[in-house]
Design a protein around this ligand. Structure first.
Ligand code: COA
Length: 259
């Protein structure tokens, strides 16, 4: 895969996607968003990939937001389309049946905070910061931040963060539930790989269905309980269900095949 603004590497079934525009603090211009879309498509489609890590190049920024030089040129009509496109790509990340972890290596601001929140799990370097400072530019979060920030940190704190544009550090991120783990930068990618390796031992169909069901808890269009019951029933017809239950009864480790 060749991308202009992303570096990708697949090792032991884990795809590491590194956003690579260091001179702009890895800000997401529209070209980079398009490339991210293509990379996530590969995560969906390649049977050899069991999960992905999204990070930013260097130690200063994960992603310092949408590229403000492009945002500054939007009008009301293409502004709506820009937000819808970003929301669609981040929705693909959120709904991916394989685990996607954000390795937050530095500033996760605006679209960067939104990107990290679309990932299933966030591991944060101890010097990193997150925030939604769009209000300072006379706009608001447009790639899902007004929805996902309250889901993660609660309504009151989310409103405060978006209205003040304040940035919070890793300790607060962990305390609020924004970050699952905080680690020194040298342990960031190893910690993400450890989580991915642990989860990818589990039955793949159950992983995807748990992601679906949890997402449905935050969807106004779906009955989450019915989604769960349907997903539970779907598991019953898998070989991994037969293997998991048989292994328990036979007192041995299960060998899951992902089907
Ligand atoms: N879009 C475009 N360029 C950006 C950017 C963004 N979101 N964030 C940073 N950059 C650029 C800066 O303009 C600067 O470019 P220059 O070297 O040509 O002047 C370069 O990246 C380095 O950033 P700089 O602001 O000099 O670094 P800093 O250490 O002083 O501050 C931040 C770091 C993250 C606090 C600051 O860059 C910032 O506030 N960025 C914007 C955050 C934001 O509002 N995001 C939401 C966008 S919708």
């Amino acid at each position: 895969m060749f991308f202009k603004n992303l570096k990708t590497e697949i090792l032991d079934g884990i795809m590491v996607i590194t956003i690579s525009r260091q001179e702009r603090l890895n800000a997401l211009n529209f070209e980079t968003l398009g490339e991210l879309h293509k990379a996530i498509r590969v995560v969906y489609d390649d049977f050899g990939i069991k999960g992905a890590i999204i990070t930013g190049e260097g130690e200063k920024a994960f992603v310092a937001g949408a590229d403000i030089t492009e945002i500054a040129k939007l009008n009301e009509i293409n502004g709506r389309k820009a937000a819808e496109t970003g929301q669609e790509i981040f929705g693909m990340i959120e709904n991916c049946p394989k685990l996607i972890i954000a390795a937050v290596n530095g500033y996760a601001l605006g679209g960067g905070c939104e990107l990290a929140m679309a990932c299933h799990i966030r591991v944060m370097a101890d010097h990193a910061k997150f925030g939604q400072p769009e209000i300072n530019l006379g706009i608001i979060p447009g790639y899902g931040g007004t929805q996902r920030l309250p889901w993660l940190v609660g309504k009151g704190k989310a409103l405060e963060l978006m209205l003040t544009a304040d940035m919070l550090g890793a300790a607060e991120a962990k305390e609020l539930g924004w970050a699952n783990y905080v680690v020194p930068i040298s342990e960031l990618i190893p910690k993400c790989k450890e989580i991915l390796n642990k989860i990818s031992q589990k039955p793949a169909i159950s992983i995807g269905l748990i992601i679906d069901c949890v997402n449905s808890a935050f969807s106004k269009d779906q009955d989450g309980f019915q989604t769960e019951a349907n997903a539970f029933a779907a598991c019953i017809s898998t070989g991994d269900f037969k293997e998991g239950t048989a292994a328990f009864i036979e007192k041995r480790q299960p060998v899951f095949k992902g089907k």
